[in-house]
Design a binder for this molecule. Sequence first.
Ligand SMILES: Nc1ncnc2c1ncn2[C@@H]1O[C@H](COP(=O)(O)OP(=O)(O)OP(=O)(O)O)[C@@H](O)[C@H]1O
Length: 256
Amino acid sequence: MNGTASLQQEGCHQEIVRLDGVSFSYDSQPVLQDISFRIMERDFVGLIGSNGAGKTTLMRMIVGLTRPQKGSITLFGTPAGQFKDWNLIGYVPQRSHVNPLFPATVREVVLSGLYGRKKLFRRVSKEDASRCEDALAALKIENLADSRIGALSGGQQQRVFLARALINNPKLLILDEPLTGIDIETQHNFFQMIKHMHQRHNITFLMVSHDMDMVRSYLGQEPKERSGKLNFYVRHSHDLEDCQGTDLLHSLRKEG
Ligand SMILES: Nc1ncnc2c1ncn2[C@@H]1O[C@H](COP(=O)(O)OP(=O)(O)OP(=O)(O)O)[C@@H](O)[C@H]1O
């Protein structure tokens, strides 16, 4: 094997998330107990569990919004407390109803993904504007760019939030019940799009879903691991010749 190939192979097995003995309680109510799990680069992880099993709490911990009370989380090889490359992680939280009067346009919502944690007001550079156009095109919502987000359907809003998460070209995409509350056909199209991103691009997924049929059809019948009330279904998409990093937005756009 030549040097480049071995580097590529190593790159494709990078550990993206590691949970070691993670526990969490709200007041005295234990929600997560001693959860250990690893997500490797290019895994697609479906996280399944009953209502109240702690799925959202776990996602929030991985994106740094909540800290574990016991155990540790490692992101891209760095302890979560010291992790700074938040652009590597895209997060689409559980869909909440967008106020129909909310004044931001689709373009503004997608651009806000670039400013994330910095909370800086800054002028939109040419490069930012171009990334935004790429993200809109990848999700096929260019025609909605100037619409108010509150005026869109649930499925269209989901696309906007996914575009917002993709604008930084993340390596890990975390989706909390992205299929809830949208019609079957849109759900199907959305899932196809996510599968395409997993199979064709160097991107790792962690997705909470209640739709067992869709999860099983892609990730298999049995969970790879169970931890407490959580079941982790996993499919790895490792394919050596496919392993170079791609600019996801550019290539999605090219493929149309
Ligand atoms: N901020 C909070 N304060 C107190 N309890 C909370 C808080 N957030 C969640 N809980 C409780 O913690 C438990 C786990 O909640 P979480 O939202 O993580 O579960 P989930 O698996 O995502 O559930 P669902 O499938 O219903 O979305 C629930 O019993 C919930 O009521």
